[in-house]
Design a binder for this molecule. Sequence first.
Ligand SMILES: Cc1cn([C@H]2C[C@H](O)[C@@H](COP(=O)(O)OP(=O)(O)O[C@H]3O[C@@H](C)C(=O)[C@@H](O)[C@H]3O)O2)c(=O)[nH]c1=O
Length: 182
Amino acid sequence: MHCLPTAIPEVMILEPQVFRDARGFFMETFHEEKFAALGLPTRFVQDNHSASRRGVLRGLHYQIQQAQGKLVRVISGEVFDVAVDLRRSSPTFGQWVGEVLSAENHRMMWIPAGFAHGFLVLSDWAEVLYKTTDFYAPQWERTLLWNDPAVGVRWLISPGEQPLLSEKDQRGLPLSQCETYP
Ligand SMILES: Cc1cn([C@H]2C[C@H](O)[C@@H](COP(=O)(O)OP(=O)(O)O[C@H]3O[C@@H](C)C(=O)[C@@H](O)[C@H]3O)O2)c(=O)[nH]c1=O
């Protein structure tokens, strides 16, 4: 498992070693001892799987209590995966990182608790799997507005193109009105 830093030190890109042969490939996507050696959490309590069509944007989501660390990967298609730092005491508060995760590049993004998370689907269809360090708690769930200019995520979207959002995500709040972490 290679660990690549991002512009926000606590957010990491993980590249599993992929063993290819005539049958296809094999890779480890979670290994307790290797994760511990990399300083990553080893206790995950929920596995999630979502599928979305091209242009769908989910996010930017976070839970203000029961904050979830997320280990995200793509098993079909391609997404632009984004994390926004919502920790007020952090030198990178309000900053974002984005990375293309795809079934081809096998990359995973580790997003610690304290971040909002979302993704835009770049392929006709994409299936995203992610492990979380705490349970889904809808009463604590919040949505940071995907296109808040104060955050300025450069989504890989053509000018004039509108992503497909849930009603909840259309009602996301700008950072200035969001509850954030200490
Ligand atoms: C996230 C989640 C949703 N649900 C249900 C609630 C709802 O009826 C349905 C769809 O929920 P949502 O519209 O919130 O799904 P979605 O927009 O895919 O939400 C997810 O977005 C990505 C970006 C994340 O980071 C996740 O943590 C999660 O917030 O699934 C669960 O039962 N458990 C869960 O853990």
